[in-house]
Design a binder for this molecule. Structure first.
Ligand SMILES: NC(=O)c1ccc[n+]([C@@H]2O[C@H](COP(=O)([O-])OP(=O)(O)OC[C@H]3O[C@@H](n4cnc5c(N)ncnc54)[C@H](O)[C@@H]3O)[C@@H](O)[C@H]2O)c1
Length: 429
């Protein structure tokens, strides 16, 4: 049992803290937002992440929530940094919250290891090392231990990871962080700090590249009469390629991919390198979100005065996270085209999205609408009585932005159905 302080009670900090407590450690979670800490102390979980509430409740004895640095650091041997690193105007990662944590670390009389969970540019560890050394804190170690969990499956991803990456300046600090994970069965990749930092950025870039790649294949499928769902199935069986992240759709969003792609693009540019592939990946994703508008115009003509229901606000199912969600971009574009927008999501709220109606059910959202656009593939959408829904719409136009349904089946129940990259689907389905 080790004593750990986690700075940041967001998606990563809470999951990390809960899982480290589950592994038997004593964990103090510190945040700067009183409402979050108060809620956690009352037993409420301020975010939606499947399995997290049970895990926090089960390990209540080993968890403390606090606003105080001193209380979090009391006896702590490890300091996990899990604060946000949003983009600045230049696209570089904003590390101000990271620096606040580092600068607020008190001097202690035993060895402490700072463990960086936040996604940071390559070179950050080196800068933190200098900053600590300049304060005379030579006995504070530093380890980069990037986080690869995905929202919606984060608890499982933490407890059953594909790998654990540990980049340390001193081997004994890397060993100590590796030992915190005893009980987890996964390969451990030991690296230097810079390579561990780059591993996180490269992993995200690889996943985004697959998404933009299959989206471009989808767009060519539309133009040439092929069905991207069949194509993805056909290439996914190839062991050199694999099946994951080959689902064509309206593009990626979320709190990580968009900002991390910008951060890597900037990191490369700041080092004098123009990262061609990554620039294309970002641009394809921006265009992909907007293609839905073209599909709606094709079906409805001008969108002025048309009522469009957006199904799904979260950037993906099983999370309440709407940061950089495609639905928000689509809503903005539709409103500027003069459309009325009504949104539905089972968990996420349209906070910050102005000028939209918020419906409680899919049926309410679709009633009287000229089109529905499926933006997030929430599993509950599979159980909707779509035939009944089609009958309540002004124009039964359905744009399936995630290829969730079979085109022939949706057309058979009365929809003018369009999807992403499925030109050949009517005949082949
Ligand atoms: N969300 C994910 O699934 C995910 C996955 C992998 C990596 N990451 C990375 O992890 C980091 C955190 O992401 P997140 O989604 O958990 O962010 P988040 O915004 O949900 O949480 C960050 C938390 O840090 C708190 N905070 C800010 N300054 C603080 C300070 N000085 N002391 C203590 N707490 C402070 C904020 O109040 C907030 O609660 C980011 O760098 C992100 O890129 C996120």
């Amino acid at each position: 049992m080790r004593r750990i302080a986690v700075f940041g009670a967001g998606y990563v900090g809470l999951v990390t803290g809960a899982c480290l407590a589950e592994l038997g450690h004593r964990v103090a979670i510190r945040d700067v937002v009183p409402a979050k800490i108060d809620a956690l102390a009352r037993g409420e979980v301020p975010i939606y992440e499947p399995g997290l509430d049970e895990l926090l409740a089960r390990n209540r004895e080993r968890l403390v929530y606090t606003l105080s640095v001193a209380e979090a650091m009391d006896g702590a041997e490890f300091v996990y940094v899990a604060v946000g690193t949003p983009p600045t105007y230049s696209g570089d990662a904003d590390l101000s919250a990271v620096w606040t944590v580092v600068d607020e670390l008190p001097e202690v009389d035993h060895r402490v290891v700072v463990v960086m969970k936040s996604t940071v540019p390559v070179g950050t560890g080196e800068k933190v090392r200098h900053r600590l050394d300049s304060r005379g804190m030579h006995d504070v170690g530093y380890v980069s231990n990037p986080e690869f969990t995905a929202e919606g499956t984060a608890v499982k991803d933490f407890m059953e990871p594909d790998r654990i990456v540990i980049g340390a300046f001193a081997d004994e600090d890397g060993d100590a962080v590796a030992a915190l994970h005893d009980g987890i069965d996964a390969p451990i990749v030991r690296a230097d700090v810079a390579s561990a930092e780059m591993t996180k950025l490269a992993a995200n870039a690889a996943l985004m590249t697959r998404i933009s790649f299959i989206n471009e294949i989808a767009n060519v499928c539309e133009a040439t009469g092929a069905d991207v769902v069949k194509v993805a199935e056909g290439i996914g069986y190839d062991r050199r390629i694999g099946k994951s992240f080959l689902r064509a759709g309206v593009g990626y969003g979320g709190s990580c991919f968009p900002k991390d792609s910008l951060a890597l693009k900037q990191l490369a540019a700041n080092s004098g390198y123009h990262f061609l592939v990554l620039n294309a990946v970002i641009e394809v994703n921006e265009l992909q979100k907007r293609r839905v508008l073209g599909k709606l115009v094709e079906q409805l003509g001008s969108l002025r005065g048309k009522r469009v229901a957006l199904l799904g606000l979260a950037f993906k199912p099983n999370t309440d996270d709407t940061r950089e969600a495609p639905a928000f971009v689509l809503a903005g574009r539709l409103i500027s085209e003069g459309a009325e927008v009504v949104v539905w999501d089972p968990i996420a709220t349209p906070d910050g999205l102005h000028g939209v109606e918020h419906a409680a059910t899919v049926e309410d959202a679709a009633r009287g609408a000229d089109a529905v656009v499926l933006v997030t593939e929430w599993p509950q959408l599979a159980d909707v009585d779509w035939k009944a829904v089609a009958g309540t719409m002004r124009e039964a136009v359905f744009v399936d932005g995630r290829n969730m349904f079979e085109p022939a089946a949706m057309r058979a129940i009365g929809f003018r159905y369009d999807a992403i990259g499925r030109a050949a689907a009517p005949e082949s389905a």
